[in-house]
Design a protein around this ligand. Structure first.
Ligand SMILES: [Zn+2]
Ligand SMILES: [Zn+2]
Length: 287
């Protein structure tokens, strides 16, 4: 039985190159494929393979003190979903372009948001109806699914968030309870700390991301639409019959799918049915 695991931990890694060698040898010896990013701030990984091999990987990885309490999320998939095993050291494990602004200690990111479980999010919204959701993903992701009433920044890459926050566009929220959310929780870890350090006074973050919220409430709670995922599945349903919130760039009909620009050299994505084709703003003629 093959599966995929997703995991991350913000913890000080004084020698990420040494961790890389260990992790590479471990994952390769177990026949796992996928991607592991390491930095001085921690680890961010997605691996596919045999369930017994993945369990062995988890046990051995947790032997390292900084990874002891790390949560591993199980998901459908297999080693075949990934072209190879890639283990790299980068300045950041999630690229906001601010490696020197993020501080990490044994407890994770220093000065981040308050973690809330899906249930605690519901309690907070009940207690503080003025609270707003803040989407920590790219605009093409939030187009097909989001929390009701969420603020959706117009960013197409995570690196654009810093300029977006510094633009002053969200300064009116500095005294408002803000709940950040993203796919699995890692992007909000950094985003929340960037908001706190910019004077947002009450910042929360959805623990485990939309993935965990979807398991708890589907689309019967505060979420509507589908979830964009970074693999061949494209988008996955949250709940049994999620609302199709986006409009296909080609045919103009509602869709929950996201597709690529028709220009082969272009990496932009937008709402698009599987059978439809279109170009982005820049490559509109190509569609
Ligand atoms: Zn279409
Ligand atoms: Zn394009």
């Amino acid at each position: 039985m093959e599966k995929v695991i997703l995991y991350y931990a913000f913890t000080p890694l004084p020698d990420p190159a040494a961790i890389r060698l260990w992790q590479r040898t471990l994952a390769a010896s177990l026949g796992l494929r996928g991607r592991i990013l390491l930095s001085e701030h921690g680890i961010n990984g997605t691996l596919g393979g045999e369930m017994t091999a993945l369990k062995r990987y988890i046990r051995e990885t947790r032997e390292y003190p900084g990874f002891k309490g790390m949560e591993f999320k199980w998901s459908a998939g297999s080693a075949a979903d990934y072209p190879k095993l890639s283990v790299k050291v980068r300045p950041e494990i999630v690229t906001f372009g601010v490696p020197d602004e993020v501080m990490v200690d044994e407890n994770g990111i220093v000065g981040g948001g308050v973690h809330l479980s899906p249930q605690e999010v519901h309690e907070l919204v009940e207690e503080k109806p003025e609270a707003v959701f803040f989407d920590g993903r790219n605009a093409y992701e939030s187009e097909v699914g989001r929390f009701k009433g969420a603020i959706r920044p117009e960013v197409s890459r995570t690196e654009e968030f810093v300029a977006e926050l510094d633009s002053g566009r969200y300064d009116h929220l500095k005294q408002t309870p803000v709940i950040t959310y993203c796919t699995g929780g890692i992007r909000c870890e950094v985003l929340s700390s960037l908001m706190v350090s910019r004077g947002f006074e009450e910042v929360y973050q959805l623990d485990g991301g939309i993935a965990k919220y979807g398991e708890a409430y589907g689309d019967k709670g505060l979420w509507e639409g589908s979830l964009y995922v970074f693999d061949q599945r494209g988008t996955i349903a949250i709940g049994e019959d999620p609302a199709r919130l986006a409009v296909c760039r080609d045919c103009g009909e509602p869709t929950s799918e996201v597709g690529d620009c028709s220009d082969p050299s272009c990496l932009r994505q937008f709402p698009l049915h599987r059978g439809c084709t279109a170009g982005c703003e820049e490559h509109a003629a190509a569609g």
